[in-house]
Design a protein around this ligand. Structure first.
Ligand code: ATP
Length: 813
């Protein structure tokens, strides 16, 4: 991974004094960023300073600028808001204020500034940098500083920007620190509102934050299945040709239609900056009055307010802020006077560092486009995911009349297999809705492949899937029953028939039922079992033509071990459970003093949950199956723990509770209990050890917003892929028929295809969604270990240790 790769050499470079500040509105994850900046700066031989209260601290100086030691940022990962404080500083907007800021920085020897905030904060930072030489000269000329004090600082100030903003409104980055936590808070509140609304058949109108950016509103609408959403970038109505500027008519028509279809509630989400086509703000009270008077709904307005900002950061924000904080220090060390100040962003799931002012400029262009009513441009300036998400929302929430021609409508089977994972139901709901909107027939196959072979198949209706987006587990029912590889096919030579499957099912029976119910395409939602099931069916195509249809696996497993994708559905939900549990356990460990917890997490033979869980919860280290556990490792870790606790004892420092994450299959000899026993014994009273096995807690619960958003996006892509594959299959077929080849068995399936490109795994790789044939993925699969051979997150294992002071000693003053 980028961030950790740059840590390969931890030698001190130029000793920089790096100030870090948080500015503008607070966002969850800012603390994790400060922690990472401080600790990596120390590791790299630099001196970190916390500048309290944002730019106000820089202007004020004195006690508001303080050196940061390793332990000062202890416990920061799990805290919401910003511990070092933030403020909106009017003084910093003036040149006199910035002169004071320069003075205070030079007095402290600070020559680099990492600013975590929104576009305003980053603009301020850039301004300070551009004025820097002039400011220093003025300080010398006016006698406030003597030349010797600041000669080396005179020419250049290093600035690096981190984007901390709940709105996710910054251009040139896919996501900002705090946006997903905010989405968590919003979804928690909306999920609660939904249950009371259900009980009373009420309508709720809810405003969510976002001055110029509808990201939070849109993602919330997708995640909770809102009936209508108002965004600044897409003023209503949807259908201007029919409704003109009269969006109230369109909204009322759509909402009453949803009620007629069986929905007991109506949920309308309004982005804070929502406007109509004439730029007039759309406000909750007005929408309520429309619903009350025109539809007679019992309507309530809820303002979530500042609840949206706060709370413990979600797993993703901890990860994002940490890897970006690491990169910020690296960017400081890389910077030269010639290079423009960088902003650390995230693109295609990789960390980026582009010119900060370019990003700010682009961000302002969105607001400008909106003010000029150029809504298309505003939408285009957002990243393409935003537009795709919007389209997916519209198609899956509003009944349309865009049925495909009869000849292109398909009967699409949807099946869950393997262990349950958060997001399976969301994906099924979206697939069903899309199918219905396009004229396909979505067929729910209940209880996996064994259910299929009992004929447990029925068509899904629009209202049947209401509420599924927030449901954990599997509404269709799932199990580990697995198709039995057919002898003589390539699947029979693979290591599929292992102990994981509860029973094997004859492929002939599966083929019979697919044929009986005339299933023309198959969507298999599940983890590694789903993947190997698809392999088995693909391999058996030469025997059973019923499998010669477009078949796709949508990876859904907490383990995130399916090849062909960086993330599977459910892995984020599980990660959040791990992080929440670990926070609690760590608190207990700290309170009990001198205690180390060995926390066992799931993941099969894949260490993803352990590594990401370890990074996001501030673990000391993570044991994973990919690396195994050796006696040497344990000895090293015992030594490390001894050194840490001994130091705390001699410095009379507060004892830190420590956690070590162990993946369940990391090693069969050094089990969780064995490790705990060894540690307790070797701790010799200096520290104690306990275990916690999180078990199936990790598979349950309400799916996280990120999993719901991913499920929505991937499910839409699956249906699009099935439609494309069908057309390709038909084209190929007519070509073959024209050439009247003998011996080709077509059956009477309209969607007949035996191409390997029509048996794929859908995956998120970077920001892209890719479809990889299972036959191609075989090369990237360790069948025996049930995981892919490529793991983008492996480099992060080292970062966990780096951030827990593993290879680091405090410098001698
Ligand atoms: P949010 O998105 O949460 O509002 P933000 O960083 O955009 O975050 P602002 O209030 O715009 O929030 O900016 C924070 C601080 O940055 C301001 O109080 C001010 O001190 C400084 N700042 C903003 N814009 C400028 C500017 N053009 N020149 C100098 N300083 C600025």
């Amino acid at each position: 991974h980028d961030a950790s790769a740059s840590l390969v050499s931890l030698t001190a470079v130029t000793r920089k004094k790096i100030g870090v500040l948080t500015s503008g509105g607070d966002s969850s994850g800012m603390n994790a960023a400060v922690r990472a900046v401080a600790r990596i700066a120390l590791q790299r031989g630099c001196v970190p300073f916390a500048i309290h209260e944002g730019y106000e601290g820089l202007v004020e100086g004195g006690a508001l600028i303080r050196r940061l030691g390793w332990d000062d940022v202890r416990g920061y990962l799990s805290l919401g808001g910003t511990v070092i404080g933030t403020a909106r500083s009017a003084r910093f907007r003036t040149r006199e204020g910035r002169l004071l800021a320069a003075f205070n920085m030079i007095k402290n020897g600070i020559d680099a500034l990492v600013v975590c905030g929104g576009d305003g904060s980053l603009t301020g930072a850039d301004l300070l940098r551009s004025e820097w030489t002039g400011l220093v000269d003025e300080l010398i000329e006016t006698g406030r500083l003597v030349t010797s004090e600041c000669q080396h600082l005179r020419t250049n100030l290093t600035i690096v920007g981190l984007v901390g903003s709940i709105d996710n409104d910054m251009s040139s980055t896919d996501i900002t620190i705090g946006a997903y936590t905010s989405l968590h808070r919003i979804c928690e509140s909306l999920d609660s509102l939904t249950s009371t609304a259900m009980s009373h058949q009420r309508a709720f109108v809810v405003e969510v934050m976002g001055r110029h950016c509808g990201w939070l509103a849109l993602m919330a609408a997708i995640s909770v299945g809102a009936d209508w959403v108002f965004l600044p970038e897409r003023p209503p109505p949807l259908d201007s040709a029919k409704y003109g500027a009269n969006w109230e008519d369109e909204m009322c028509e759509r909402l009453s239609q949803n009620r007629k279809l069986g929905s007991r509630i109506t949920l309308v989400i309004i982005c804070e900056g929502a406007i109509d086509q004439n730029l007039n703000p759309i406000k909750p009270d007005y929408v309520k009055s429309v619903l009350d008077s025109r539809l007679g709904f019992d309507t309530r307005v809820t303002n979530l307010g500042h609840v949206q900002r706060g709370g413990a950061p979600c797993a993703y924000d901890r990860y994002l802020a940490t890897v970006q904080g690491v990169e910020a220090v690296e960017a400081v060390l890389r910077s030269t006077p010639e290079t423009p100040a960088p902003m650390i962003g995230m693109s295609q799931h990789r960390i980026t560092a582009g010119p900060l002012m370019d990003a700010v400029k682009l961000t302002h262009e969105v607001a400008e486009a909106i003010s000029k009513k150029d809504f298309k441009k505003a939408m285009d300036l957002r990243d393409p995911d935003f537009t795709r998400a919007y389209d997916a929302y519209i198609e899956s929430h509003l009944i349309g009349d865009n049925h495909l021609p009869e000849s292109r409508r398909l009967r699409i089977g949807i099946i869950h297999t393997g262990a349950p994972a958060g997001g399976m139901n969301t994906a099924t709901r979206i697939a069903a809705r899309l199918c219905l909107n396009r004229g396909h027939t979505p067929l729910a196959i209940k209880n996996g492949f064994s259910g299929l072979c009992r004929g447990e198949i029925s068509a899904l209706s629009w209202h049947q899937v209401i509420g599924w987006q927030t449901k954990g587990g599997s509404e269709l029912g799932t199990n580990r029953d697995h198709p039995l590889p057919v002898p003589g096919t390539y699947a029979a030579n693979l290591d599929i028939s292992d102990a994981y499957a509860t029973s094997f099912i004859d492929c002939g029976r599966i083929a019979f039922f697919l044929q009986k119910y005339d299933i023309e395409a198959l969507m298999i939602i599940g983890g590694f079992e789903a993947y190997t099931s698809l392999i088995t069916l693909d391999a058996a195509r030469s025997i059973y033509p019923a499998f010669c249809i477009p078949m796709i696996n949508l990876p859904a497993t907490v383990s995130n071990n399916v090849p062909g994708t960086d993330f599977s559905l459910g892995s984020d939900t599980a990660l959040n459970t791990i992080v929440e549990c670990t926070d609690r356990i760590k608190q207990s460990a700290t309170s009990s003093q001198k205690r180390v917890f060995i926390i066992e997490v799931q993941g099969g033979n894949c260490g993803y949950l352990a590594v990401l869980g370890g990074l996001a919860s501030g673990a000391t280290t993570a044991y994973i199956p990919e690396e195994g556990i050796s006696l040497d490792m344990l000895q090293r870790d015992v030594k490390h723990l001894n050194a840490r606790y001994e130091r705390e004892l001699t410095h009379s420092a507060r004892n830190e509770g420590r956690v070590i994450i162990r993946a369940e299959a990391a090693c069969s000899t050094y089990t969780t209990n064995v490790i705990s026993d060894i540690f307790r014994h070797e701790g010799k009273g200096l520290f104690d050890s306990r275990t916690a096995v999180l078990g199936h807690l990790q598979q349950g619960g309400v799916p996280s917003p990120l999993d719901r958003v991913r499920a929505t996006r991937l499910s839409v892509e699956c249906i699009d892929w099935i439609e494309r594959s069908f057309l390709e299959a038909q084209a190929a077929r007519s070509k073959d028929e024209n050439s009247s080849k003998d011996g080709v068995f077509y059956s009477n399936l309209r969607s007949y295809t035996n191409k390997s490109t029509h048996a794929c795994v859908i995956g998120i790789q970077g920001a892209e969604v890719l479809f990889t044939p299972v036959q191609v993925l075989l090369d990237e699969t360790d069948m025996n270990k049930r995981r892919g051979t490529k793991a983008w997150w492996m480099g992060l294992t080292r970062l966990i240790k780096v951030l827990s002071k593993y290879h680091y000693e405090d410098p001698v003053e």
